[in-house]
Design a protein around this ligand. Structure first.
Ligand SMILES: Cc1cc2nc3c(=O)[nH]c(=O)nc-3n(C[C@H](O)[C@H](O)[C@H](O)COP(=O)(O)OP(=O)(O)OC[C@H]3O[C@@H](n4cnc5c(N)ncnc54)[C@H](O)[C@@H]3O)c2cc1C
Length: 495
């Protein structure tokens, strides 16, 4: 019997297992890690069951939307680390592939799968991944399985789509304990032994050259040769599982105490900062949870007997830990709930009816300020706080969470129509934020427009019943003088 829960496994096609195949192919597209990864667990199970070596294929396309030095560098840093980890493993071969030109990688997956017994891949419900995998499923003549290692709750466990965080939290409190025991193996390759190696025909590796470690280890040189957006530069933090683990452990040891209240103040910046690594799958939510559990000395016996949907008190952990888990579990996995169940989750029309109605009623209200994408992008608005937040995003690849909400609300207020605001938010968030293009990019952006929220009064121009936020109030409420010094005023250079 498989250790990977059935509910996390999905067949993407009806093709058979090829008993004559030479290896198991793990097509790693989203869980870019070798630890705490159900998809890798599943691939290893197949390897053991069929006594075949494992080929880990990790590719990075050149032609996806928003491909830039920033995103490529982060992913490549992770790939260099995987290369070093995997190259010495008996029975495992790593095939990293950085596509040199859009379209040049076409046919590679099919060529690799022709020699495979089974293909296993990552079930990630966002960006181009579901489309790409559906297209592959039609073409492959061997079984293609997709495995969910996104979070603690399997994305297919709830049947419902949750419209409010409170309802989802209550669902989690009732149902998550059933999944506590299902944890991916910490280091599944540690005890992996298959006495055969993967060999690939010269014809294949000369047509699609695996990227060399030397190249992966020098991402600046590598990305400079690629036809991607060089204006969005690499960030100061480094991709990969090691850095993600270091950050998670430091946060759990030092950051939890101040997390609850401190998280809202840009001058304190007490949040974990983990979203870029979570997005690219360099670290799993299970691993972060485990670090927290160890720190708190927690066991499932500590959870409250009744599910109330309340943000505090259910886990039986410290305040900081509960507050953090509310983000990591409730809010993060709420986004995966929506994106795995609604194909239209990135479309304006997927907003709740009350939000669509009130935004439509106020769509023609006069706007005191109107900006287009270029002005927003260049942080050229009249508002110092907004410009600082945008500058932080462009310069660093991140934006402080509280300011991210204000940033979105003002784009709604200063765009000609709500749909224009959606386009601007999506473009800027996904182009510049390292954690963009994620289910939670759309939770955040659509929250600005009313998703997961309720109607608020008094009804206002432009916003109608959508929750309103102002820069003046933000300045009064949160500590941000140092932040403004760094990113605002005369410092607001985007470089
Ligand atoms: C307009 C807008 C756009 C956003 N775009 C993104 C995005 O592209 N990618 C993204 O991951 N998050 C996005 N968010 C949610 C949130 O701002 C970030 O997840 C958070 O700031 C990441 O910082 P952190 O890792 O330090 O979070 P922490 O506070 O340390 O939280 C831990 C983890 O929980 C999750 N999380 C935290 N807050 C939220 C939230 N509000 N909604 C969903 N998950 C959350 C993240 O995975 C995060 O890494 C957006 C929010 C808004 C309002």
């Amino acid at each position: 019997m498989s250790r990977v829960p059935q509910i996390r496994c999905r067949d993407l096609n009806e093709a058979p297992v090829n008993a004559d195949g030479e290896y198991i192919l793990y097509w790693m597209v989203a869980f870019r890690r070798t630890q705490y990864n159900f998809a890798l667990d599943r691939a290893i199970e197949w390897s053991r069951a069929l006594d075949k070596p494992l080929l880990v294929f990790e590719a990075l396309r050149a032609g996806y939307q928003w491909a830039s030095d920033r995103l490529h560098t982060f992913v490549i840093q992770g790939m260099a680390e995987q290369y070093r980890r995997l190259e010495a493993r008996p029975g495992v071969r790593y095939f990293p592939y950085i596509e040199p030109e859009p379209g040049q990688g076409r046919g590679l997956l099919e060529a690799l799968s022709e020699r495979a017994a089974v293909v296993v891949t990552d079930d990630f419900p966002s960006f181009f991944v579901p489309r790409m995998q559906a297209a592959a499923a039609d073409k492959l003549s061997v079984r293609l399985e997709s495995i969910d290692s996104n979070g603690l709750l399997p994305i297919r466990a709830p049947k419902a789509i949750f419209a409010r965080a409170h309802d989802f939290r209550r669902y989690l409190q009732k149902n998550l304990p059933d999944h506590f025991a299902d944890v991916p193996v910490i280091d599944p390759l540690a005890n992996f032994r298959v006495d055969r190696e993967v060999s690939l025909p010269r014809k294949l590796t000369s047509r699609w050259k695996p990227t060399r470690l030397d190249d992966l280890a020098s991402p600046a040189t590598l990305v400079s040769r690629l036809p991607i957006d060089h204006d969005v530069g690499a960030v100061s933090f480094c991709g990969g599982a090691k850095e993600a683990r270091r950050k998670a452990n430091t946060f759990v040891k030092q950051g939890l105490g101040a997390y609850g209240e401190g998280r809202n103040h840009p001058d304190q910046a007490t949040s974990s900062g983990l979203s870029p690594w979570l997005h690219f799958g360099h670290i799993s939510a299970h691993e972060v949870f485990k670090a927290l559990v160890d720190r708190e000395g927690w066991s499932p016996a500590a959870v409250a007997p009744k599910a109330t949907g309340s943000r505090e008190g259910w886990w039986g952990m410290s305040l900081g830990a509960e507050s953090f888990l509310d983000e990591l579990m409730t809010w993060r996995e709420l986004g995966f709930n929506m994106s795995s169940k609604r194909d239209d989750f990135t479309r304006y029309e997927s907003l709740p009816d009350w939000a669509l109605r009130t935004l439509a009623e106020h769509a023609d209200d006069p706007r005191p300020h109107v900006y287009g994408l270029d002005e927003f992008e260049a942080a050229r608005t009249h508002d110092e706080v907004w410009n600082a937040a945008q500058t932080e995003l462009v310069r660093t690849g991140r934006m402080h969470n509280y300011l991210r909400m204000l940033w979105g609300k003002k784009i709604l207020e200063w765009s000609p129509r709500p749909k224009d605001a959606l386009q601007v938010m999506e473009e800027l968030n996904n182009k510049y934020a390292v954690d963009g293009r994620n289910p939670n990019s759309y939770s955040g952006i659509f929250w600005v427009l009313g998703r997961y929220d309720r109607a608020w009064g008094p009804e206002r121009p432009i916003f109608g019943k959508i929750r309103y936020m102002s820069s003046d109030n933000t300045k009064k409420k949160i500590r941000m003088s140092r932040y403004l010094e760094e990113y605002g005023g005369r410092q607001a250079s985007l470089l």
